[in-house]
Write a protein that binds this ligand. Sequence first.
Ligand SMILES: [Cu+2]
Length: 325
Amino acid sequence: MATRNSIRFFAICRPVLILLTLAIPQLAQAQWQATVGAQSGDLAKQAMAFLPSEMWIHAGDSITWTFDSAEPHTVSFLKAGQVRPPDQVGCPGFSPDGFATFDGSTCVTTHRLKEGQTFTVTFPTANNFKLVCLIHRNMTATVHVLGLSEPLPYDQTFYDKQAQQERERLLSAIDLGSHDDQEENHVHAGAGVISATPGGSENAVVMRFDHEKTFVHAGETVEWSNSDPTASHTITFGGEPADPMPPSGNVTVDSDGARHAVINTTADSVHSGFIVASPQERTGLAQLPPGVTRFRVTFKNPGTYLYICAIHDELGMRGTVIVLP
Ligand SMILES: [Cu+2]
């Protein structure tokens, strides 16, 4: 009985089903692909970027972002006018399960995600949306969601090619280089550039100390400086603090604003706190003092002193000071 009814149903409905199938390609909700972050093989160079940085899709379409770096990022869409929250708080909260829908009325964000993880956002309504990473400054992109009647300017192949070109451009844009150091007791702690496309801004960053080994004599002082416009680094000897932002209690401030510590033995723990430029100026923001971009350590006794950047040691940002008698 059921079988006969089923056969009749299909016999009657088959033309309708065929028509529906033919109509689906035009109504189908497309699934687009993009990536977050990029890195060199040794992890030293990190591209803080959404690749591509600008996409045009139809209302109802989805974009899957695949994270592609050991440096973590977030995919975050805030509401218009929303005050940017710390990434630990979410916006507030986080989208579970790697999926979200965003129409501008409720913010969506991932946790800190790393290479291999994905996040898919569906955009039901036409509008232009800004995409940001809550961890990194100047890391933004744009998603243009168009009505179904409007043609889309580019296909996935175009975006893949554009992402690849931008990835290569960013990763070749930076180098710590070889510094002709008059200043032998100086270490460059990271370098970077901010650049932009019409879709948003992005950073290329080197997560390295330019001398892996620095040789000084007992009683001398080594200075580290960070010339990166956005990335924070630390110079950390001994125990790693739970909160890497403030300096350890044994750090003082020199008259030029640089932080300074004295290390007596290889058992000493000294932590610089964040060494970073002050945030980029914008009309309407209160004036801030210059950032703390220099850290100095005076070594009293011979020995081999290992240190790390407490934020980026997992990317290989480590060094050694060898103090000779
Ligand atoms: Cu660092």
